[in-house]
Ligand binder design. Structure first.
Ligand code: ADP
Ligand code: MG
Length: 391
């Protein structure tokens, strides 16, 4: 009986806070697991709806949930979104180096007064002594680690400071942990669980089947012309073009601009203020296309990205999933177009060595697509990669 009541309460909260009628996938079970005080590990593809899995329990729990997040832009994006659905801005805050002393004081006041349900922090801020001391004295509901692959030395965004999280959590409060990632490889998964000392966690693994994504490969010939034509057929739609080098990013962005396409570059060589501005312009739809190195996009919630173009084959399969996974996050069309040269086929083969069988399947599929295109020159419509059992 109590479970039924709780179900209704959860549904009502889902509607009230987020305006959704139904939970997506296993969200409800995950939320319940968190609320029941157990540790939780969520492996869900990009766009699957991971944020809600900790945001909803945070909003209806007593105390403040601490959300560990890797990027300031990502925190800002989420805090803005939560504030939009709440009556008061105090409900969500971030604590990082970009805040002034006065702003930091206000954040701490709101937490002490019990107004703040979600506090986003980067690991670097969380490990600061004064923050640990402060957080030890307030009520914490649970800890969430988004983009948890950052913990793993086998994950593609490895950040060593992430490996101290468990130790810090123990100092602050003995509350449950939820870790979330889109990186599904067993090695990364085990590494995360071991490092967080949560081998007992309830694991939720979602299917990586994304039927709304349409994969296409084309040989790298007249690539600039092809890209311009492709975008002009989708004028006004949001898209990302990934290149491997900064130089190529600059070149392509310029070529697109010259051809009347609203495009901006994004790479680690640009000033951080410029990067933040370009990212915001993309999110606010002031620019349609971002030409980027892999530095762009981690966790950024732009649901209606309609195409992801790979000017170059990415460095790893993980990057390929992550990057193409940024298309069609709202369930609408997502066109993933990858350009390859003959050299790339060799490179793709190399990816596969030493990979778990499940990943090899995905890689083979990509390779197969590429090679079969090369052989037949027929561009075939195919729903590929994510259909393969990834986990
Ligand atoms: P992830 O972190 O797994 O990549 P997000 O949390 O950013 O995914 O969510 C992706 C998109 O799905 C967002 O636009 C979000 O609003 C939407 N979404 C999440 N949960 C639901 C739901 N229950 N019903 C409809 N849309 C949802
Ligand atoms: Mg996310």
């Amino acid at each position: 009986m109590s479970v039924v009541v709780q179900d209704i309460v959860l549904k009502e909260s889902l509607k009230r806070f987020f305006g959704f009628d139904e939970f997506k996938g296993e969200q409800e079970g995950i939320v319940q697991n968190v609320l029941s005080g157990k540790n939780t590990f969520v492996i869900m593809p990009t766009g699957g709806g991971k944020s809600l899995c900790y945001q909803l329990p945070a909003l209806i729990s007593e105390g403040t949930a601490i959300i560990v997040s890797p990027l300031i832009a990502l925190m800002k994006n989420q805090v803005d979104a939560i504030r939009q659905i709440s009556e008061s801005d105090s409900v969500a805050h971030f604590l990082n180096s970009s805040l002034t002393k006065t702003e930091t004081r206000k954040v701490k006041e709101d937490i002490t007064n019990g107004y703040t349900k979600l506090l986003y922090v980067a690991p670097e801020s969380l490990t600061k002594k004064e923050n640990i001391e402060f957080l030890t004295g307030v009520k914490i509901s649970f800890f969430a680690i988004d983009e948890a692959h950052c913990i793993s030395e086998w994950g593609h965004d490895f950040r060593p400071e992430y490996r101290r999280l468990r130790e810090i959590f123990e100092k602050i409060s003995n509350v449950p942990i939820i870790a979330l990632t889109a990186t599904a490889t067993p090695k990364v998964q085990h590494d995360i669980q071991k490092n967080l000392n949560m081998l007992d966690a309830t694991i939720f693994k979602m299917s990586f089947n994304r039927n709304n994504l349409y994969y296409e490969v084309r040989p790298k010939r007249n690539i600039e012309k092809e890209i311009i034509k492709f975008i002009k057929e989708r004028l006004g739609k949001s898209g990302i073009i990934y290149c491997l080098s900064r130089k190529k990013v600059e070149e392509i962005a310029e070529v697109l601009q010259v051809n009347g396409i609203n495009a901006l570059p994004y790479h680690a060589g640009l000033d951080s203020a410029v990067r933040a501005k370009h990212q915001d312009m993309f999110l606010m739809e002031e620019t349609d296309v971002i030409v980027a190195t892999i530095a762009f996009g981690m966790g950024i919630d732009k649901p209606d990205v309609r195409f992801v173009i790979h000017h170059d084959i990415p460095k790893s399969l993980e990057s390929y999933y992550q990057e193409t996974g940024r298309a069609g996050r709202d369930g609408g069309e997502g066109h993933c177009l990858t350009f390859y040269s003959y050299k790339d086929i060799e490179k793709l083969e190399k990816f596969l060595h030493g990979k778990p069988i499940s990943e090899q399947e995905v890689g083979r599929q990509l390779l197969y697509e590429t090679v079969s295109y090369a052989e037949t020159s027929i561009c075939r419509r195919k729903y590929t990669s994510y259909k393969v059992k990834l986990i």
